[in-house]
Design a protein around this ligand. Structure first.
Ligand code: FAD
Length: 327
């Protein structure tokens, strides 16, 4: 494969059609880990790859499509063929290097079946929501279905009586102003982008395919350090003082530049919080279930057949087991 090739999703449907997962020696190792081999549940296959790489010291595994009829590959997976060929691999002639990747987050903001959260007037739909339709694993394609079903439900929402509280004050344009030099923005953006990259790496190390108390704690310590540094940034100190609807940016420059900075800042703020919640929740759940696999608690425990609920009270986060037993 040519250098610089992007990571992109090779659909699970390829394994469903009969592709083989093989190691450097061409051996179908997935059967060492589960009798269904490549067709085992997605978390099992991910762990099989992870453990096989650790065991053999090899750098990657391969997906071999040559077991599938060529005409079928052409018809079913034209996009995969196109992208692979663009980067120097012809899947009809040779296997594709693959590795597991996170592409869904189980859990989110608790809502009812209408998308209503515990904050009046605030609704959540899609991957951000926890509606109860997913269990310990997201089944293939259920997240898109969830967006459609709950989005449609929300489209019937009665809006009268709901008032925006966030933007109520300050239509007069008065209020605080951000006073940053436009020339500082590229540097600030670089700091935020670097921090975001480090955050993703830390989460992958701490709460990736296999988790332990120690790996989770190491990531939590890192994130708590980064949170302190983030909160101490001059821009954070200023932004946290602002009143929605009363403050405006000054200092010249295009609004787009400010928006880019504010967006990068706001997303990092949220990611630090969400990452911390994921790590602490994974530490709280002392068992293994679906995509949550603890090397130090490898068994599934019936006492944990419940959701984990995190609530904020008086500025503190509290964890509890909650809700009906999961199926
Ligand atoms: C590689 C990959 C493959 C996947 N494959 C499948 C699959 O085959 N089947 C399946 O069911 N699911 C799949 N998923 C999961 C599925 O794509 C997501 O669960 C789904 O797209 C979530 O939809 P959403 O609308 O909740 O969030 P998103 O699709 O993330 O949409 C959120 C939108 O909000 C915008 N936004 C963010 N912040 C702001 C802001 N402050 N202001 C305004 N806009 C903002 C974003 O730009 C984005 O457009 C896959 C995910 C990945 C990453």
């Amino acid at each position: 494969m040519q250098a610089g090739a992007p990571h992109f999703l090779i659909s699970e449907a390829v394994r469903g059609e009969g592709a083989h997962l093989v190691d450097d020696a061409g051996r179908r190792f997935a059967f060492d880990y589960h009798p269904d081999g490549e067709l085992a549940p997605r978390d099992v296959v991910s762990r099989a790859i992870f453990q096989h790489l650790k065991l053999t010291g090899q750098a990657q595994v391969w997906l071999d499509l040559r077991a599938i009829d060529q005409e079928q590959v052409n018809r079913r997976f034209p996009n995969i063929l196109r992208v692979c060929r663009r980067w120097g691999i012809d899947p009809l002639m040779e296997p594709i290097p693959v590795s597991p990747a996170a592409h869904y987050w189980m859990g989110g903001i608790t809502t009812d079946l209408k998308g209503q959260t515990s904050v009046p007037g605030l609704y959540a739909v899609g991957e951000t929501a926890s509606t109860g339709v997913h269990g310990a694993n997201r089944l293939a394609s259920n997240s898109l279905l969830e967006c459609i079903v709950f989005g449609r439900e929300l489209s019937g929402l009665e809006l009268s009586g709901l008032e925006s509280q966030a933007l109520g004050a300050g239509e007069d344009g008065a209020g605080e102003a951000l006073d940053w030099a436009i020339a500082d923005i590229p540097d600030q953006l670089k700091i935020l982008a670097h921090q975001r990259q480090q955050l993703a790496e830390s989460l992958w190390q701490g709460a990736g395919i296999c988790r332990t108390q120690a790996s989770l704690q190491a990531s939590i310590d890192q994130l708590e350090g980064w949170r302190q540094a983030f909160d101490a940034l001059p821009m954070t100190q200023q932004l946290k003082q602002l009143v929605p609807g009363r403050s405006r940016a000054i200092g010249g420059g295009e609004p787009g530049v400010w928006n880019e900075l504010l967006r990068a800042w706001g997303e990092l703020d949220n990611l630090l919080l969400v990452g911390w919640l994921i790590l602490k929740s994974a530490q709280f759940r002392q068992e293994s279930r679906g995509g949550h696999y603890r090397l130090d608690f490898p068994a599934t425990d019936p006492l944990w057949q419940v959701h984990t609920l995190v609530e904020r009270r008086d500025g503190q986060a509290y964890w509890q087991r909650s809700g009906p037993l999961l199926p």
